[in-house]
Design a protein around this ligand. Structure first.
Ligand code: HEC
Length: 137
């Protein structure tokens, strides 16, 4: 009986973990439809670089290649400059991840309200200026 109860609780936690996880792997069609309202001009990439260094670099690395110096143990923040994407590589999908957060237990907290949306779009323009590649679909 105790075993069954344990199993049930494990199962419920599993379901819960999935329902509260901020983003679904394999992309997000609704977010993909979102357009970046900020033109990818050099000034935007420069503003994005500053915001990136402040809010993202300690986890994703100064060069955005992943595993920054202060990333939580075993969290392995991914490389944001390659063609491998868990949640989709369009501007809208990346915006959605940054605003809502990602990862099991929301290792990466969402940044909605922590900086103006415009800065989030600047960060995306900055990442693209680093040569961020779209995922092969
Ligand atoms: C506390 C550490 C931490 C911070 C700070 C953080 N991230 Fe993350 N980020 C992660 C982790 C861990 C993941 C992987 C989540 C997963 O595996 O599901 C991730 C995932 C992502 C993804 C999804 C990548 C993919 O493959 O789809 C993007 C995009 C991203 N982060 C961008 C940012 C940006 C931009 C910032 C700054 C505004 C930022 N992150 C701040 C830890 C962090």
């Amino acid at each position: 009986m105790a075993f069954m109860k344990g199993l049930l609780i494990t199962l419920m936690l599993f379901v819960l973990a999935f329902t509260v996880s901020a983003q679904t792997p394999n992309g997000n069609p609704a977010a993909r439809a979102m357009k970046n309202p900020v033109a990818a001009a050099p000034a935007s990439a420069t503003a994005g670089a500053a915001a990136y260094k402040k809010y993202c670099a300690f986890c994703h690395g100064m060069d955005a290649k992943g595993n920054g110096p202060l990333a939580p143990k075993d969290s392995n923040p991914p490389n944001l400059t390659d063609a491998t994407w868990i949640y989709g590589s369009s501007d809208g999908e990346i915006f959605s991840v940054i605003t809502k957060g990602a990862g099991p237990n929301s290792t990466m907290v969402g940044f909605k309200g922590k900086m103006p949306d415009q800065d989030i779009w600047h960060i995306i323009n900055y990442l693209r200026s680093l040569g961020l590649k779209s995922a092969a679909r």
